[in-house]
Design a protein around this ligand. Structure first.
Ligand SMILES: N[C@@H](CCC(=O)N[C@@H](CS)C(=O)NCC(=O)O)C(=O)O
Length: 210
């Protein structure tokens, strides 16, 4: 399998954590988002959304959308399970993952920030204010109230909730989002930082890191 990846893409980082947790090896193919490689025709042919990540299977099938890719990996190799078998717990885990992937991340994505600055003429300061507002309000501040760390978001082992939360915190720090008022979220992040799979997937450990 090939993962079309970019070291500091939080969506690609989610998939890297899932692969590491499951011990699955892939070839990493860097797509430099800063240079716009995601919009090259060769890449658009694989992912018509022009976003990272994409996972190309050995038969050439290409999967897009990080959560769909992770659910595929969870079905392919069920241990360790990232979406719990218990339906109630699964719903709680998916709620965190979806809150981040659907409600937070799209508002701090590169293309959204670039549009605010370049097309709508907003200053970097205003864009940072936008990012902080949408990442925190109804976002990480709500997640602080939804998780139940023990020590991961929902128990003794990482789930999809942790896999999606950690990259969002990496992105939040990149844009200097204040996080000190989120002790439960920070405790989960600190626990994950000690886990070898999360360490191996960290942006700073990727071959294309700058
Ligand atoms: N919902 C998508 C989001 C993918 C996404 O937005 N990827 C970002 C990097 S984190 C990207 O490729 N951005 C490039 C751009 O905005 O042009 C997923 O989960 O895979």
């Amino acid at each position: 399998m090939k993962l079309y990846d970019y070291y500091r893409s939080s969506a690609a980082y989610r998939v890297r954590i899932a692969l590491e947790l499951k011990g699955l090896e892939v070839e990493h193919v860097p797509v430099h988002l800063g240079r716009g490689e995601q919009r090259r025709p060769e890449y658009m042919a694989k992912n018509p959304q022009g976003l990272a990540p994409a996972l190309e299977l050995d038969d050439g099938t290409v999967l897009t959308q990080s959560l769909a890719i992770i659910e595929y990996l969870d079905a392919l190799q069920p241990e360790p399970r990232l979406v719990p078998a218990d339906p109630l717990l699964a719903a709680k885990v998916r709620a965190i993952a979806l809150a981040i992937a659907c409600d937070i991340h799209p508002l701090n994505n590169t293309r959204v920030q670039a549009y605010l600055q370049n097309e709508l003429g907003q200053s970097r300061e205003t864009v940072d204010k936008w990012v902080h507002h949408w990442v925190l309000t109804g976002g990480l501040e709500a997640i602080e109230r939804l998780i139940d760390p023990a020590p991961f978001c929902f128990g003794a082992t990482p789930t999809l909730a942790d896999v999606v939360l950690v990259p969002q915190l990496f992105a939040a720090r990149r844009f200097a989002t204040p996080l000190a008022h989120l002790p439960k979220v920070l405790a989960v992040d600190a626990r994950c930082a000690d886990h070898p799979a999360f360490q191996a997937a960290h942006p700073s450990r990727q071959a294309d890191a700058e």
